[in-house]
Write a protein that binds this ligand. Structure first.
Ligand code: SF4
Length: 463
């Protein structure tokens, strides 16, 4: 039988990454938030704490669709501490279905953490030996007890292909959200460099360095022609993807002689010229002037994500120093609102990083204060028809804030789901477009559970 202690890799993991909350905390959140789908609470807890994998589970998942490291590391330990080569073998996402609560299928992004109370192993696996590939189906264990069956993603038909340059297609155009979204990180680094400029929760530049050091063929800037070549293969072989996102780090001066708006717009223009409206076109960029938003629209972009990361003014300045200095919070908010005039409010979907507003040393000391602040921000945007979404913070150790602390409490994340859902319902808003269907058992958005808490009968905003 699988030994129900922490995974083999856990021994090398620094103490601060070890268990933050197990079954008791999960049961208590489920009892405290009976109006939330259990799926959403479990998903948030798995996202905030990450997952460890047994040798057998890794051997199984490696044969499917491994993590692509599509932009950040989204792991709780650096690659250098991964004792089982998890960076090449852990799955991109998993689904959870069944178990004691009869969970409807729930898609969860994988964040490697060998010391997590959540461990995936094969049923009946004996992991004491050097080779542990036996066993039955994968199961998610919590505190060593079986919780819910797991499914690993199959590799999409196009994943084995390479481009004419020899570059694997997965380095140019991986997909996430169970195949729904093609993720085009066309600029792999950020021009906000160092502690005084980078957003303090972000490891984009450090992740670039660690991936290169680990041998992954990351390039700083993807060529437009290679993106088109990759998408031509996907258009031929794939029917699952419904959307693509063009994104990357901030451009504070110029990149290849172009401003940030012009740089990202050129990819959208090339894609839409070659494959008009084949997928829903999305861009994640800073809050840019109206002329750039119009440029995006003219290029065929339908959804724009000018991510404000954190609502509170004081904490925005401390946690996003580069953004605060180069653009400023008031301008950022004003530009989000101006973008809504150009693209339509439902098509401007700014992200915030859920949980980072509680991180030491700048964070709110209590869950109530953190939620009160974020609630202000949600109401500010939602009353104008703009629906922010959130990504659950992964305390990445290569980021400034993630170096020596773990995630925000589960009560914060469950409270945020309730707050988000109730604010969204109060303003009678449609489900955001470009995320697939809403509702527990249907949602595919994998890095937070906001889509899982929307009433499945809520119509999706038309594009
Ligand atoms: S702007 Fe901030 S969050 Fe975005 S890539 Fe740069 S450092 Fe990271």
């Amino acid at each position: 039988m699988w030994e129900l202690a922490l995974g083999l890799g856990a021994m090398s993991v620094t103490a601060h990454r070890q268990q933050r909350g197990g079954r008791r905390a999960l049961d208590s959140a489920i009892a405290e938030f009976p109006d939330l789908p259990v799926e959403a609470i479990v998903k948030e807890d798995v996202l905030r704490q990450g997952i460890g994998f047994s040798p057998g589970a890794l051997a199984r998942s490696a044969a499917g669709k491994p993590k692509s490291y599509f932009i950040f590391s989204f792991d709780h330990i650096p690659i250098s501490e991964m004792g089982q080569g998890e960076h090449q073998r852990a799955p991109e996402e998993i689904t959870l279905s069944g178990g004691p609560w009869g969970l409807r299928r729930t898609v969860v992004s994988v964040r490697v953490n060998p010391a997590s109370p959540y461990q995936v192993a094969l049923e009946g696996e004996d992991r004491r030996g050097p080779s542990s590939e036996g066993g039955g189906e994968p199961i998610l264990y919590l505190d060593g007890s079986p919780l819910v069956p797991v499914v690993f993603p199959d590799s999409p038909a196009y994943y084995g292909r390479s481009l004419a340059s020899g570059r694997p297609i997965t380095e140019v155009a991986p997909c996430i959200e169970w195949g729904y979204l093609i993720y085009l990180t066309v600029f792999r680094v950020c021009q906000y460099f160092g502690r005084d400029e980078e957003c303090r929760f972000c490891d984009i530049n450090e992740n670039f360095r660690q991936q290169r050091a680990a041998g992954r063929p990351y390039v700083g800037v993807k060529m437009v022609d290679e993106v088109i070549e990759a998408l031509a293969i996907i258009a031929e072989l794939d029917r699952d993807a419904q959307a693509y996102t063009i994104t990357g780090g901030a451009v504070t001066t110029e990149l290849e002689g172009l401003s940030e708006g012009a740089f990202y717009a050129r990819y959208a223009a090339a894609i839409e010229a070659r494959f008009p409206r084949r997928w829903i076109s999305k861009v994640v960029a800073q809050a840019l002037p109206e002329a750039d938003v119009q440029r995006f629209k003219d290029a065929g972009v339908r959804i724009y994500h000018p991510n404000y990361e954190i609502w509170d003014a004081e904490r925005f300045a401390l946690i996003c120093p580069g953004k605060a200095r180069h653009i400023g919070r008031e301008t950022w908010i004003r530009r989000i609102e101006a973008a809504a005039e150009i693209l339509g409010p439902a098509n401007v979907i700014p992200n915030f990083v859920a949980g980072v507003e509680m991180a030491r040393p700048y964070g709110f000391p209590t869950v109530a204060e953190a939620l009160r602040s974020t609630g202000e921000g949600l109401a500010h945007f939602m009353r104008q028809g703009i629906v922010p979404r959130f990504t659950t913070w992964c305390a990445e150790p290569l980021s400034d804030l993630g170096r020596d602390q773990g995630p925000a409490p589960l009560a914060y994340h469950a409270g945020l789901l309730r707050l988000w859902r109730d604010t969204h319902a109060r303003y009678r808003l449609p489900a955001p477009p470009g995320y697939g269907p809403p509702g527990a058992g249907r949602a595919v958005f994998s890095v937070s559970a906001f889509m899982d808490v929307i009433d499945p009968d809520t119509p999706v905003a038309p594009l």
